[in-house]
Write a protein that binds this ligand. Structure first.
Ligand SMILES: NC(=O)c1ccc[n+]([C@@H]2O[C@H](COP(=O)([O-])OP(=O)(O)OC[C@H]3O[C@@H](n4cnc5c(N)ncnc54)[C@H](O)[C@@H]3O)[C@@H](O)[C@H]2O)c1
Length: 364
């Protein structure tokens, strides 16, 4: 089996690569990524991509038919991957998250790929005043360019003529947990980082928004399930909430759980903050029914402990981490500022001051 993963050099990709290597030891695993965050490693171990059989550097906007020859399954992770980046790069978000996801699916279907897995998001539910948990058939309310790009992809994939390819759109809850390319722009990860670096968790909202979470390892298990999924019984196209009912948390609950796990941490909640626009509870019943053997296994305690231990292992202590290279948008802004990336987030391929001085040092 040949599995091609786009966007594998990010936060989820390394965990997914290791998981697929374990589950499909004989498979040929291929990663394709433009490499925006390839250098943002947070591991003391070896390069995570050594798990794969091939690593290609390339832009999903430029993939061609030959890239899919002989491939059995495609996992589309490549994306501008949160709201702040989506707001800053609205057109690029549409081009990568939506248009390239569709063209990749079309090329894959033509090449005879059996399974296409799309990393969608529960953020399509946006804000829901209704306290009832959202099911896949409930109304959606995408509030941002990021959420709109995910729903546009799902809706186009559902209608498109893509032969017999089995298409699974996994609407993931917000990710958390340690990874060899950790991001700290995710709520639980941010709280653990704050607790470690400054003994303080600063909740920017009033703490009441609902935010379902899922551990990255459990995301990988869901993707494995979707790679193997057959068209029957649930249909050739499927959109599915992925997470677990027990992980529907309010933000204040998450902050308090981290505070308890890391003694001496002060939790400050901004009681005067205007209500967060994003808040929803999600019903994961369909995922439970369809994938009983791939249900989330991690607990909030294991997620917090994994982050704490992983951050300690790399000597993390930066109280100013919200401005650091562990925030995806900050990395892109730095690369743009250095002239390494163009405004459309393609590489300029011009040597920058950073690459030139590194070259000089190694020559000396
Ligand atoms: N992290 C979450 O909470 C979460 C939740 C739901 C869904 N998702 C989705 O899962 C996927 C992966 O998320 P992540 O947290 O690993 O994000 P990430 O930002 O860490 O990684 C995204 C990767 O995609 C690559 N990429 C972006 N544009 C590309 C292009 N044009 N060509 C090739 N590669 C490109 C980047 O270089 C990066 O390595 C995304 O689609 C994201 O929307 C993530």
């Amino acid at each position: 089996m040949r599995i091609l993963i786009t966007g594998n050099l990010g936060y989820i990709g390394p965990i997914l690569g290791a998981h697929l290597r374990r589950e499909f030891p004989g498979a040929h695993l291929i990663g394709v990524d433009s490499g925006w965050f390839a250098h943002c490693l947070t591991t003391t171990g070896t390069l995570p991509e050594l798990m794969l059989d091939e690593q290609r550097f390339g832009d999903v906007r430029a993939l061609q038919a030959r890239d899919f020859e002989g491939v059995d399954a495609v996992v589309q992770l490549a994306a501008v991957s949160n709201d702040p980046m989506g707001n800053r790069f609205e057109h690029v978000t549409d081009a990568i998250n939506y248009r390239s996801a569709i063209s990749v699916a079309e090329l894959a279907a033509k090449a005879g790929v059996r399974n296409y897995v799309f990393a969608s998001s529960c953020s399509v539910y946006g804000f829901s005043p209704d306290p009832r948990a959202r099911t896949e058939n409930d109304e959606i309310n995408p509030l941002t360019a990021y959420a709109r790009s995910k729903i546009a992809t799902e809706q186009t994939l559902e209608k498109a003529a893509l032969g017999n390819m089995v298409i699974t759109c996994l609407r993931f809850a917000t990710a958390c947990g340690m990874s060899p390319r950790l991001r700290l722009d995710l709520v639980l990860n941010d709280f653990v980082a704050g607790a470690l670096a400054s003994r303080e968790i600063t909740v920017l909202s009033d703490g009441t928004p609902w935010r379902p979470l899922i551990h990255v390892k459990d995301m990988a298990r869901a993707i494995e399930w979707a790679i193997k999924r057959e068209a029957e019984p649930s249909g050739r196209f499927l959109k599915l909430n992925v997470g677990s009912d027990a992980w529907n948390y309010q933000v204040a609950e998450l902050a308090n759980a981290v505070g308890e796990a890391i003694p001496g941490t002060r939790v400050s909640i901004n009681k005067d903050a205007p209500p967060d626009k994003r808040s929803y509870r999600v019903d994961f019943g369909l995922y439970r029914k369809l994938a009983p053997d791939h249900q989330p296994l991690e607990t909030l305690e294991t997620a917090i402990a994994g982050l704490r231990d992983g951050l300690k292992a790399i000597g993390f202590s930066d109280p100013d981490f919200r401005q650091s290279q562990l925030m995806r948008l900050k990395v892109l802004e730095k690369l743009l500022g250095e002239g390494a990336l163009n405004e459309d987030l393609t590489w300029s391929r011009r040597p920058t001051a950073a690459t030139a001085s590194a070259g000089l040092r190694s020559a000396i």
